[in-house]
Design a binder for this molecule. Structure first.
Ligand SMILES: [Zn+2]
Length: 411
């Protein structure tokens, strides 16, 4: 263990636009005394998590911030969800996110989430795992509600295939198609189509679904797959920087990305990955992890969810909860030997309700940081800061430089 400590705090969907709330962004409008304290005592700037002008998905944004170039081996989101759900993953296997869904006789999806089914996950999992496929092994794991993960294992498989999930109710299930001209992609697409057909066969006759139909509920009679992907073949954070690290989070995607890069993961009591998450519990868990780790990454999700729901008031309130969690870190860590970077993974404006390409505020705080003249946090105050504009891949090297954890380039 090293003597110094480092923290990365990511607020999912942190950034906003001045149209969020009467001329201010949610972050600018929120009461944030602790974040203002780190801004005024730190160095500020704007972060393009992938590249200027790119609207990042949360998965690639997080990979970039953790110093992994998504262009080197990122194939899709499914593998991170599988890891985040606690599935053991292997190189060469193909992973998918899955949904239990309801389809009619004509293969039209009536509900993409089978009425957000809360029962029968074990029965469904067992039925699906009883299928046999030619030439390939597979494992299916049901998690919560309609969600789950699927692994295909065998020789000559490819992640370059399309989703069967039409992504909207009222549309037909899509046939899985190869997304490149390789034989592996053709073969994998054929396997997915065979699997989908056989899964429907065993799901439609389940007692659970008969009961649900009698009760007027959506039966879980189909499994939709999306996000075909493979493990990335990358060095761990320990191999790259020599740091022992942990992630404190709740959403399976984020826990999965952290596992992919070799971090331990912890979902503390009360952490939900949504607006109601107990962020003090997360801050306490981070303080606890830093007892025997060098570097901790804290992820919070609620601001992004509020952005997707076009709910400015909720986003502002969530950012005030984030501020309290940062206050807990300020009170409970040794700031003589700790450096923190506070930022977001992308902008999620209230009116747009999805990710956009504007950069997000970024602040470094700690004893060795050259301060600037910024006095409060916000998209526009941070634009005036001493860091200027940064890209995601630089976030950790800049943080670890303050702790003297990076090597000299050249002699
Ligand atoms: Zn995100």
């Amino acid at each position: 263990m090293l003597t110094k400590k480092a923290i990365l705090f990511i607020v999912d969907g942190l950034g906003g636009r001045p149209t969020d709330l009467d001329g201010e962004t949610c972050l600018e409008a929120a009461e944030t005394p602790n974040l203002d304290r780190i801004s005024s005592g730190g160095i500020n700037g704007l972060l393009h998590t992938v590249r200027r002008g790119v609207k990042p998905g949360s998965d690639v944004a997080h990979l970039s911030i953790l110093s992994y170039d998504p262009q080197e081996g990122y194939t899709g989101r499914g593998v991170f969800e599988a890891l985040g759900y606690g599935m053991e993953t292997e190189k060469g296997c193909i992973y998918f996110r899955t949904n239990f869904a309801t389809v009619d006789e004509k293969n039209v999806v009536e509900d993409r989430r089978a009425g957000r089914i809360e029962e029968g996950q074990e029965e469904l999992e067992e039925a699906i795992n009883s299928i046999e496929l030619e030439d390939v092994d597979f494992r299916f794991k049901a998690t919560n509600q309609h969600r789950g993960a699927l692994e295909l294992k065998g020789e000559g498989l490819s992640p370059h295939i399309t989703d069967t999930d039409p992504h909207e109710s009222g549309e037909k299930i899509k046939s899985c198609e190869p997304a490149d001209s390789s034989e592996e992609a053709r073969r994998t697409a054929d396997i997915v189509n065979e699997f989908t057909k056989k899964a429907r066969g065993v799901m439609k006759n389940l007692e659970l679904n008969r009961r649900r139909e009698d009760d007027g509920k959506y039966p879980a009679n189909c499994l939709l797959v999306r996000g075909a992907s493979q493990m990335m073949d990358v060095e761990s954070l320990k191999e790259k920087f020599g740091v022992e690290s942990a992630c404190v989070g709740a959403g399976p995607l984020y826990l999965g990305v952290a596992k992919q890069v070799g971090m331990e993961t912890r979902k503390p009591e009360g952490a939900t990955g949504d607006f109601d998450s107990d962020l003090i519990s997360k801050a306490e868990a981070a303080v606890d992890e830093l007892e025997n780790k060098d570097f901790v990454f804290i992820h919070v999700k609620g601001a992004d969810n509020a952005g997707h729901d076009h709910d400015a008031d909720r986003k502002k309130k969530f950012l005030e909860k984030v501020d309290e969690a940062v206050g807990h870190l300020l009170e409970n860590l040794d700031w003589e030997r700790t450096h923190m970077v506070f930022t977001g993974d992308h902008t999620t404006p209230i009116d747009y309700g999805n990710h956009t390409a504007e950069p997000v505020p970024i602040v470094y705080y700690g004893p060795k940081v050259r301060t600037d003249s910024v006095e409060e946090i916000g998209e526009r105050p941070c634009a005036e800061g001493g860091l200027g504009h940064m890209e995601g891949l630089d976030v950790l090297p800049v943080l670890f430089n303050f702790n003297d954890w990076t090597d000299k380039y050249g002699s």
